[in-house]
Design a protein around this ligand. Structure first.
Ligand code: BES
Ligand code: ZN
Length: 444
């Protein structure tokens, strides 16, 4: 195994699950390890405390008159449940079939590490980087970056940059370099439906009091029409429609035809808003998804119970034009309006983030395209992304800089799921891509 891969494995062995308080010490240990890596590269490095998990900032010595790129990443990861579905333990990385298996491989340790290794190689070979570089690696992306916005505001001058580079997105197919120029936004809600004061015998009381599970199911069902369109009043009002050139361009993106998405997802047929391809629905249309639903008996066999409560969690993916707070309110109003009789409801508003969009043909976008072409040997495709990295729009607003999204996660990388994996080829080519990117950006 190369020493570069061995070092990525060290990174992957930290169970840095930001949402789980049992892992606070692991998240910190990972941050300290990262700090050590940057120090060994010879960069000035700071570990910043926040009310949550630490932020790592590392930079080369600033040279006046040179451009500055900020390279963003996150060292926190998602929980590993359901653990029994992993083929190898999530925090014991290994290589099989040209892939690195382990939590955080693609999202995001393996992707930001290529930029660290690229800078390190250039520093070793050239003695310096061709422009000012600031690494900003946070530990709370997977929980909505609650402490990064205040951090950015506090350190605005220190973090001033011309452009941001992020590898935390997808690559449409192996060997097809991919430049992302959009991300969906997000807004989350948690809903608790309550009925009787305690669980009841479903024979003794069933039929004379409302069942919260039934009520919750009706509320969830009310969110969509049968054809997949969202039924919440005003939901689509502010959506900026797709441009003709994007629709045209996306028909030629390999690996993103409806059949490809069906193959990757294992779903029997397409679903969603009428009038759009699957790629268009993913990259440019808003959604409401149920992320969790619970009530009643979940164990083996049957239990005749009328549960006292039911809960569901949902997230809306948003597109340019939509205001997360407004959509969150529209969804809350819709749920209250569609509350069945006989139950009460509590609705908790969760985290939100705006969608992001840039011009892939700007001088920076073209520099990124050249770097991808050189390192992967073919021209990149230009896509928007279905996922969200809300801090990217925040950085646009606070630092005034756009983000180049150079995705290295393949469609079957299984991020947030069991058997997350990262292509060894993308790891190796990613290091070259990062070096080319610094070169290209320094010419602007
Ligand atoms: N790296 C992902 C986002 C992503 C994945 C963008 C694939 C494009 C393609 C990121 O780590 C993530 O999972 N973000 C969360 C954000 C949320 C917790 C605020 C998401 O999209 O669910
Ligand atoms: Zn993620």
């Amino acid at each position: 195994m190369t020493s570069e891969l061995e070092r990525l494995f060290e990174h992957l062995r930290f169970p840095s699950i930001s949402t789980d308080s049992r892992h606070v010490a692991d998240v910190r240990a990972n941050a300290e390890w990262l700090q050590g890596q940057f120090e060994e590269m010879g960069l000035q490095t700071e570990l910043h405390e926040t009310p949550g998990h630490p932020v790592i900032v590392a930079r080369n010595e600033r040279v006046e008159g040179r451009g500055t790129v900020l390279i963003y990443g996150h060292y926190d990861v998602q929980p590993v449940d359901p653990i029994e579905l992993w083929d190898s333990p999530p925090f014991e990385p290994e290589v099989r079939d040209g892939r690195i298996w382990g939590r955080g491989g693609a999202d995001n340790k393996g992707q930001h590490f290529v930029h660290m290794l690229g800078a390190e190689k250039t520093l070793k070979e050239e003695g310096e980087l061709p422009l000012n570089v600031i690494f900003l690696i946070e530990g709370e992306e997977e929980i909505g970056s609650p402490n990064l916005v205040p951090f950015l505001n506090m350190h605005k001058d220190d973090l001033a940059c011309d452009i941001i580079a992020v590898s935390d997105t997808g690559m449409v197919a192996p060997g097809v370099p991919t430049l992302g120029y959009g991300l969906r936004g997000i807004t989350c809600l948690e809903v608790m439906v309550k009925g009787p004061s305690g669980d009841l015998h479903s024979g003794v009381y069933g039929g004379c009091v409302a069942n919260p599970a039934t009520a919750a199911a009706r509320m969830v069902a009310s969110l969509h029409q049968d054809d997949g369109k969202i039924a919440v009043e005003g939901f689509y009002d502010d959506v900026i429609p797709l441009e003709h050139w994007e629709r045209e361009m996306w028909t030629k993106v390999p690996g993103t035809a409806d059949e490809d998405f069906l193959k990757t997802t294992g779903s029997p047929e397409p679903f969603g808003e009428p009038g759009y391809t699957m790629a268009e629905r993913l990259w440019a249309r808003p959604t409401i998804e149920i992320n969790g639903f619970g009530s009643g008996y979940q164990g083996e066999g049957s239990k005749t119970v009328l549960p006292a409560e039911a809960m569901f969690k949902l997230s809306c993916r948003l597109v340019p034009g939509q205001d997360p707070a407004k959509v969150q309110q529209q969804v809350e109003d819709h749920l209250r309006k569609n509350l069945p009789t006989g139950v009460t409801v509590e609705i908790h508003k969760g985290h939100s983030g705006k969608a992001y969009h840039n011009d892939p043909h700007s001088s920076y976008g073209k520099a990124a395209q050249r770097a991808l072409t050189t390192s992967f040997g073919r021209e990149p495709v230009l896509i928007r992304e279905g996922g969200s990295i809300p801090i990217i729009q925040d950085m646009k607003e606070i630092l005034g800089a756009d983000s180049l999204m150079l995705g290295l996660a393949l469609p079957d990388c299984q991020i947030h799921a069991p058997n997350e994996n990262y292509s060894v080829e993308n790891f190796q080519k990613g290091i070259e891509m990062s070096r080319e990117l610094l070169k290209e950006l320094s010419k602007i």
